[in-house]
Design a protein around this ligand. Structure first.
Ligand SMILES: *Cc1c(COP(=O)(O)O)cnc(C)c1O
Length: 378
């Protein structure tokens, strides 16, 4: 079976993990700090705004707490968003307000947000679908005007740039995922950007037992105190920190990220060229602003999406659709008062086909040939 996504780790990662084993410091330490710094540097951004965690979902849940979402607040969520966003907002007590997206790019636009604004709107979650940035200038302008927070789910958009600025660092908070399906993978892991420095400190405390960031000691290291086992807490806190083992994988993956993205870019270009006049296929549109994509997804839109998916499965090619609209999920249905026709369209006709750095040329050829055979038979 040709996988839709596939991680790519090996001896380089093992060598750095071995160093961590040899150091006897498995928990959060210098390797995590190095990874946070290098990740920020690779986005041409200030490391003081960055914080690692255990998953992107953790960062999404944290965002609702950091910005004090509560009963009476409305939070705008594009229908095509990751499920954690819906869950986190519900748990905060705020109301989800769904908005539509662009029919072909599946990205939210300022005008989609505008349509559902109210004087209770507190924030909007943006997803850069497949690694292609949303048109942020217009969204930022609208949100500034109405004092709405922008939170960028950049899980698809590791090292995507919008007009020279890294996706995830344009709004008030952004988050990335390093789970097993992502381009840069540490099996599980996440990173966030937080614009406000005090909130960045609050985040660090919330994710590590509520212990004061400034204090010298963790729970069990000695300090200048006569009784070094005493400690204070600044707030309630969970324990959702990255460890040195995970960070070692991250550092190694970071070195290869440009190569990974370039390989994906080449495959993307090959699909674009080969499928441009095949059947009724609609290819992903290129934005009209300056951007760099992470090439996380490749997708096509076709009236015979379901038949094509089954045909490809029969040829050993796994395809799917990401992300099933949240307003169609029963759990969120009581919030689904707004019509989202473009998102409905995308859900009926969009198919994500395999795109990852380990795809072989012969895999890509097989996928293209199979798609062409399918349409020849129509
Ligand atoms: C993968 C993904 C997430 C969740 O990341 P985890 O690290 O698995 O929690 C969130 N949003 C998008 C768009 C994703 O693709």
């Amino acid at each position: 079976m040709i996988n839709l996504f596939q991680p790519n780790l090996g001896n380089d990662e093992l060598a750095l993990i071995k160093d961590v084993f040899d150091s006897n410091w498995l928990g959060k330490g210098k390797v995590v700090k190095d990874f946070e710094e290098e990740f920020a540097n690779s986005l041409i951004s200030n490391p003081n705004h960055f914080l690692s965690t255990t998953s992107c979902t953790e960062a999404i849940f944290l965002s609702t707490k950091l910005f004090n979402f509560t009963k009476g607040d409305e939070v705008i969520v594009p229908a095509i968003s990751f499920p954690s966003i819906g869950s986190a907002i519900i748990e905060s007590g705020a109301k989800i307000v769904f908005c539509d997206v662009d029919k072909h790019s599946l990205n939210v636009r300022a005008r989609d947000i505008q349509k559902v604004l109210s004087n209770k709107t507190k924030a909007v979650y943006i997803t850069h679908y497949g690694g292609i940035p949303c048109d942020m200038d217009k969204i930022v302008q609208l949100c500034d005007q109405h004092k709405i927070l922008i939170i960028e789910d950049s899980a698809c958009a590791v090292r995507s740039f919008y007009k020279g600025r890294a996706c995830g660092t344009i709004g008030d908070m952004g988050m990335w995922s390093f789970d097993a399906m992502k381009t840069l993978s540490t099996a599980d892991g996440g990173m966030m950007y937080i614009k406000n420095f005090n909130k960045r400190i609050e985040a660090e405390e919330s994710l590590y037992l509520g212990l004061p960031v400034k204090s010298k000691s963790g729970l069990d290291s000695s300090s200048d105190n006569a009784n070094w086992w005493e400690f204070e807490m600044n707030r309630t806190g969970r324990r959702a920190i990255m460890n040195n083992v995970t960070a070692a994988m991250g550092l190694s993956q970071l070195n290869k990220l440009d190569d990974f993205i370039n390989r994906r870019k080449n495959i993307h270009a090959k699909y674009m060229e080969a499928l441009k006049s095949t059947g009724d296929i609609q290819l992903p549109p290129a934005p009209d602003f300056k951007y760099r994509s992470s090439y996380y997804f490749f997708w096509i839109q076709t009236k015979c999406r379901d038949e094509l998916a089954k045909f490809l499965l029969g040829k050993g090619v796994y395809t799917t659709f990401r992300y099933w609209p949240l307003n169609k999920i029963e759990l969120f249905s009581k919030y689904a008062d707004n019509e989202c026709p473009n998102s409905d369209y995308a859900a009926s006709y969009t198919l994500n086909i395999p795109l990852h750095q380990s795809l072989l040329d012969k895999d890509v050829d097989l996928i293209i040939d199979s798609i062409k055979v399918f349409y020849a038979q129509q």
